[in-house]
Design a protein around this ligand. Structure first.
Ligand SMILES: Cc1cc2nc3c(=O)[nH]c(=O)nc-3n(C[C@H](O)[C@H](O)[C@H](O)COP(=O)(O)OP(=O)(O)OC[C@H]3O[C@@H](n4cnc5c(N)ncnc54)[C@H](O)[C@@H]3O)c2cc1C
Length: 463
């Protein structure tokens, strides 16, 4: 998920402080040579494999890519570690990733020390009175959406309910406030889950939870957590899984490179990959699981990175929201940017696109993307700012090993599908990954905890 933690999540997370410390992160009983295959070396896969290997199980991880991390990918080509997938540890209190960062000596940067900056279509910062009024209207709109949830006979998209409310705000409070509220809806509801509000279920909206506390960036990159956990694990790279079959005698996994036999398997393949159906499960996934796979949404959140010769923006306000770039007005323009010069010491920032806009960005060339961003930036910082030295665009939707960024509850889906996806088959085939964690879907901590959860289940399955 991107950085914003919704207001509701924030309030609800207060009750989770104690819970966080009670989350099961240890695996019991030692193994006696049992063999476990883990499919995928993202956070869920390495977390399950670490826990099981430490307990003496014979664990082999099969990974299609040439590297571990999956939707955690740290790139060094801009001269500093930049994360093309997950960036933030969301919430510090009770979040097990904070202890992992400390354990692996990964220094963090607290992003909550900066104030946001919002600029209007003319490039001017919006006034505090527009901001305050807009925030109040947004909070009221959000509360209305939640109040409506229980009263809906049939589900509706958030967009179909929010659009007339946004129109009314614009009529009653004026265009400036209306633009700001529209921006907040796009950023905190849409970009947050990598989807357009027209695709999102209202009935099942905001059912997940969050840890309280600041959002952190890992200075050496998120990959430092993967590298720490993966030390000494048996990970076979470039092994594209094609078939998973099971019977009373065990598990057989066929990859492009060979055949692997084991007693148990933990499947951590992304929802986007399962949706594509390129993997043959035999004797077949249960109907309920197939229904969950096809109905849950796979959102798209992409990032565009820019490196400049100098940090010409000379502001510590972060993120910068471009109100004029929301909606139909800015198809090629990024609505929000996060500055990384303070965290990384290099003049780099990135922007988020989500949903239909992200899909569109994946087809654009870098020159078009760069020109649109430069026009936004010149509007705010003046015409003499330098051209970027480098631009990078992510393509999570077209990535054949993820086909999207993370799961969300789309119209026609329900929150319970996360539990359905997590349900083991025949006490032999186990499922982990962000899309199996009902409480923390779409996050690295959700993926990590799902790996521990399934490692525990595997251990119990042998007893
Ligand atoms: C742009 C972006 C920004 C994000 N921002 C944040 C954030 O700030 N904070 C946060 O908490 N979360 C964020 N997330 C979400 C987070 O990255 C994911 O929820 C988490 O990393 C998923 O881990 P996973 O192990 O479930 O899946 P993955 O990391 O996708 O792991 C699955 C693995 O399976 C492999 N695989 C796929 N198909 C096959 C196959 N056929 N055979 C073998 N292997 C295969 C993949 O290569 C991958 O390594 C973001 C995600 C994206 C894309």
């Amino acid at each position: 998920m991107h950085s914003a933690v919704s207001r509701r999540q924030f309030l609800r997370s207060a009750g989770l402080l104690l819970l966080g410390t009670r989350l099961a992160t240890s695996v019991g009983a030692f193994a006696q040579g049992e063999r476990v295959l883990v499919l995928g070396a993202g956070m869920a896969g390495v977390s399950a494999a670490r826990a099981l290997t430490d307990k003496g199980y014979s664990v082999t991880v099969l990974e299609a890519r040439g590297v571990a991390g999956g939707r955690i990918r740290t790139d060094m080509s801009l001269g500093a570690p930049v994360d093309l997938g997950a960036s933030f540890i969301h919430g510090t209190r009770g979040n097990p990733l904070v202890s992992l960062a400390a354990q692996f000596g990964a220094e963090t940067y607290n992003t909550d020390q900066e104030e946001d900056l919002y600029v209007n279509a003319a490039g001017a910062a919006i006034s505090s009175s527009v901001r305050n009024q807009g925030q109040r209207e947004y909070d009221a709109l959000y509360d209305k959406l939640l109040a409506l949830q229980g009263r809906l006979s049939a589900d509706r998209s958030i967009g179909s309910v929010a659009s007339p409310l946004l129109q009314r705000i614009r009529q009653q409070r004026g265009a400036a406030v209306g633009d700001f509220v529209s921006f907040l809806v796009k950023s905190e509801i849409g970009i947050e889950v990598g989807a357009d509000i027209s695709q999102m279920s209202l009935k099942h909206f905001d059912q997940d939870e969050a840890f309280r506390g600041a959002d952190l960036i890992l200075k050496p990159g998120y990959i430092s957590l993967i590298n720490g956990l993966a030390q000494g694990l048996d990970i076979r790279f470039n092994e594209l899984v094609r078939e998973v079959s099971w019977s009373a005698s065990g598990i057989r996994v066929t990859t492009t490179g060979g055949v692997f036999d084991a007693d148990r398997v933990v499947v951590t393949l992304p929802l986007g990959v399962l949706k594509r159906g390129g993997i043959d499960f035999s004797p077949g996934l249960p109907r309920a699981k197939r229904e969950a796979i096809s109905n849950l949404g796979m959102g798209v959140l992409d990032k565009t990175y820019f490196k400049f010769p100098t940090a010409f923006w000379q502001t510590q306000e972060d993120p910068i929201g471009f109100l004029g770039n929301v909606g139909g007005r800015g198809a090629n323009q990024i609505p929000e940017y996060y500055l990384l010069d303070q965290a990384l010491g290099v003049p780099i920032f990135f922007g988020f696109t989500a949903g239909a806009q992200a899909r569109r960005f994946e087809r654009l060339d870098l020159a078009t993307i760069s020109a649109a961003t430069m026009s936004s930036l010149r509007n705010v910082f003046g015409s003499s700012i330098p051209e970027p030295e480098a631009v990078m665009q992510t393509h999570w939707r077209s990535d054949p090993y993820s086909y999207g960024s993370y799961s969300f509850v789309s119209l026609g889906a329900k929150t319970e599908y996360y539990d359905t996806l997590a349900r083991p088959i025949d006490n032999r085939v186990f499922f982990a990954g962000e899309a199996t964690h009902r409480r923390y879907p779409g996050t690295v901590h959700g993926a990590y905890l799902s790996g521990i959860r399934e490692a525990n289940r595997v251990v119990r399955s042998f007893s």
